[in-house]
Design a protein. Structure first.
Length: 174
């Protein structure tokens, strides 16, 4: 009678299911960086856990090895987008810090110009017109940046008063 014969326990299948569950539990407690860098530690934790769980079945788990970590394509895309956003954020911070340093340097230069009346005498010919030394320095800095490019024409938007002054100086020199 075959119904009295005990069926063999499917240790192999049960052990695989237990390994998958244990792997999910162990990986769920770690972040991706830890998973990628601590494979040996994860393997040791899994080996110990699986060996304890299969001991009542008479199964000894001697070794667990994590060969490869494969991420779903969707997760890879999300991680790439996150990394790109982090790079852009760092670039913006670096650019803002550079702009802040440049602004401080311009302010210091404007302070020096404000403290030196002789430096401002040529500008007083044209009246203040709301132009401050800081803006004048920024204007010169912008002109310098533009001239570094390969532009063939640079147009200087100067007030007519300034141009008249230069024309008068040229006529006086002749």
């Amino acid at each position: 009678m075959s119904y009295l014969t005990p069926r063999p326990h499917p240790f192999s299948h049960s052990t695989r299911l237990l390994a998958a569950t244990t792997l999910r539990n162990v990986l769920g407690t770690r972040n991706l960086a830890e998973i990628l860098s601590e494979r040996e530690s994860i393997s040791a934790t899994m080996q110990s856990s699986l060996d304890d769980a299969t001991d009542p079945w008479g199964v000894k788990v001697e070794r667990v090895e994590i060969k490869d970590v494969r991420l779903p394509v969707q997760l890879q895309r999300a991680m790439a987008a996150e990394a790109e956003a982090a790079r852009e954020a760092r670039a913006k911070v670096i650019a803002a810090e550079g702009e802040q340093r440049a602004s401080r340097a311009l302010k210091e230069a404007a302070d020096v110009i404000n403290e030196s009346p002789a430096a401002l005498q040529p500008l007083q010919h044209y009246g203040d017109n709301g132009v401050r030394p800081l803006f004048q320095l920024r204007y010169l800095q912008t002109l310098n940046a533009i001239s570094a490019e390969n532009n063939s024409t640079i147009i200087f938007p100067l007030p007519i008063d300034v141009l008249k002054h230069f024309m008068r100086k040229n006529q006086d020199a002749e």
